[in-house]
Ligand binder design. Structure first.
Ligand SMILES: Cc1cc2nc3c(=O)[nH]c(=O)nc-3n(C[C@H](O)[C@H](O)[C@H](O)COP(=O)(O)OP(=O)(O)OC[C@H]3O[C@@H](n4cnc5c(N)ncnc54)[C@H](O)[C@@H]3O)c2cc1C
Length: 485
């Protein structure tokens, strides 16, 4: 029995949204149970937030990484509410809620009711110039294609070709669905990335029938409710980093919280006594902890757990990441021959361009640009265009401008272009991902006082990362609390 009169310490490694959510949940639980539990957050870099970064410049609110989150998954909205941010949340601007896709060098609207892989209704599909007559017919017969008998995971490409045909994959599913993960559709796991489509096939024998059932259920639900509903994507008036700042501010209110920047964990050693862990950092400093939550990317954690569990280390080391960059561009609205009127556009790889997607941040959310200006941004790189990451900043801005000129007719130079690189930032959920994650969870759960969180586990989106951090905190709290309480 441990008689030492000292508060227990939980070390959180990584100050991205997963680590921040873990630290916050840990303090929340400690306060609710009146337990003196110290949270030490260690971040390798100079700032908190990881892939959430907002910059203000010349009246623009610039998102260099994530720009919004899905309101359908509750973890982010619930956390924002607990942080007192409900009034800061903003919805997308309805009048521009449209996404385009590049087809033969031109921007074409995605048919109404099209949901990532498949249409809900055939009317808008038949009128769309996006598909050939043969391609449309192939989509239309999807409800007649027998459901798959095997339960094994498959790739996005295999799923879409099987159910909807190759044209759907190349012209819309690859840029829309593959684009979210900046992934190669031939290796992206459908079960890990878009499980609801797998479920639709299983339950309705068809994704089109499944989408219709979901649309009918939504209509019925809307009839039964009144008042405002959140748009699909949500952000904050002051930018996505508002969430990071609010979590940090809430944590800093407590004397039981400390954050150390420039602290890269280099070794994690079990002591065999209390406190259970010794942490050694790259700069040679050391610290102790009763429990550790690792919320850094899997490639950073793998070498740390090598001495603890070789199989866990090997499985973590096997997970791959893609790199990407964003280029924010500030244009005058008058620079566009036709005023843009959509959230943005996606670019099929088959179009052979140097950008994955483009968006109009100042149309998507109000208050992102001064009057008469348009803030746009493009994505570059991803698993299918890795060589483009070798361009220097000037070349990347020039490539983005050239694509804007060709697709939108903008020939003017932007007021500024801002490049932000995100090396190894996009975990690649390859076929079999969920089985590997189940193994990772099983192995990590068998190490006492140790938990994992992060985008490489069960979802890359902000709400998934928050849920992952909170789950890790709850698991560790459940282990520590009985010994303290
Ligand atoms: C360009 C881009 C755009 C995106 N857009 C969206 C979007 O619009 N909506 C959405 O929901 N999601 C989006 N995502 C995905 C989402 O933002 C990320 O999946 C999520 O932010 C990852 O959070 P994380 O905390 O798991 O990892 P990270 O943000 O990578 O944080 C991990 C932290 O760990 C630190 N670290 C690493 N090694 C160590 C070590 N040894 N010791 C200490 N610290 C260490 C790193 O410095 C980093 O700060 C986007 C991602 C990117 C890159």
């Amino acid at each position: 029995m441990d008689h030492v009169e000292r508060p227990r310490r939980v070390a959180v490694i990584g100050g991205g949204i997963s680590g921040l959510a873990a630290a916050h949940r840990m303090r929340e639980l400690a306060v609710a149970h009146e337990i003196p539990l110290v949270v030490d957050l260690y971040e390798r870099g100079a700032r908190l937030g990881g892939a959430l970064e907002t910059i203000r410049r010349e009246g623009f609110v610039i998102e260099t990484g994530a720009d919004s989150f899905l309101s359908e998954k509750p973890a982010a909205i619930k956390l924002a509410e607990r942080l007192g941010l409900a009034g800061e949340q903003i919805a997308t601007q309805e009048q521009f809620r449209k996404t385009l896709v590049v087809r033969d060098g031109r921007l074409v609207a995605i048919p109404e009711g099209f949901s990532l892989l498949a249409p809900t209704w055939l009317g808008p599909l038949f009128k769309s110039p996006l598909f050939s007559a043969r391609g449309k017919l192939r989509i239309a017969i999807e409800p007649l294609i027998p459901r798959r008998r095997r339960d094994a995971d498959e790739s996005l490409a295999s799923f879409v070709i099987r159910r909807l045909g190759r044209e759907t994959l190349e012209r819309i599913a690859q840029p829309l669905a593959g684009g979210i993960y900046t992934a190669d559709p031939a290796t992206l796991s459908i079960g890990a990335s878009l499980p609801r489509f797998v479920e639709m096939e299983r339950r309705y024998g068809s994704v089109i029938r499944g989408l219709r059932a979901a649309a009918r259920a939504r209509t019925a639900e809307l009839r039964g409710t009144s008042g405002a509903r959140w748009s699909l994507f949500v952000s904050f008036r002051g930018g996505i980093e508002t969430l990071v700042r609010a979590i940090a501010a809430r944590l800093e209110e407590s004397i039981h919280y400390r954050a150390r920047m420039g602290a890269e964990l280099a070794a994690l050693t079990p002591t065999g006594e209390t406190p259970a862990w010794r942490l050694k950092f790259r700069d040679g400093s050391v610290a102790i902890a009763d429990a550790v939550i690792c919320a850094a990317p899997s490639f950073a954690i793998a070498p740390l757990v090598q001495p603890l569990d070789r199989d866990l280390a090997a499985t973590l080391a096997d997970l791959t990441y893609a790199s990407a960059a964003t280029v924010n561009l500030a244009y005058r609205a008058a620079d566009f021959p036709h005023a843009p009127d959509a959230f943005g556009f996606v670019v099929p790889i088959a179009e052979g361009r140097r950008i994955i997607a483009g968006s109009f941040s100042s149309l998507k959310f109000a208050g992102r640009a001064p009057a008469a200006m348009v803030l746009a941004r493009v994505f570059v790189g991803g698993a299918l265009q890795t060589s483009l990451m070798e361009m220097d900043d000037a070349a990347m801005i020039a490539a983005a401008c050239a694509e804007f000129s060709s697709l939108l007719g903008v020939t003017a130079e932007p007021a500024f272009g801002y490049v932000r690189r995100w090396p190894r930032s996009m975990p690649q959920y390859t076929v079999g991902h969920l089985a590997r994650v189940a193994e990772i969870e099983r192995m990590s759960a068998s190490i006492a006082g140790f938990a994992l969180a992060g985008a490489y586990l069960r979802g890359v989106g902000i709400p998934d990362c928050i849920a992952s951090g909170e789950r890790a905190a709850e698991a560790i709290f459940a282990q520590l609390a009985p010994a303290i309480g």
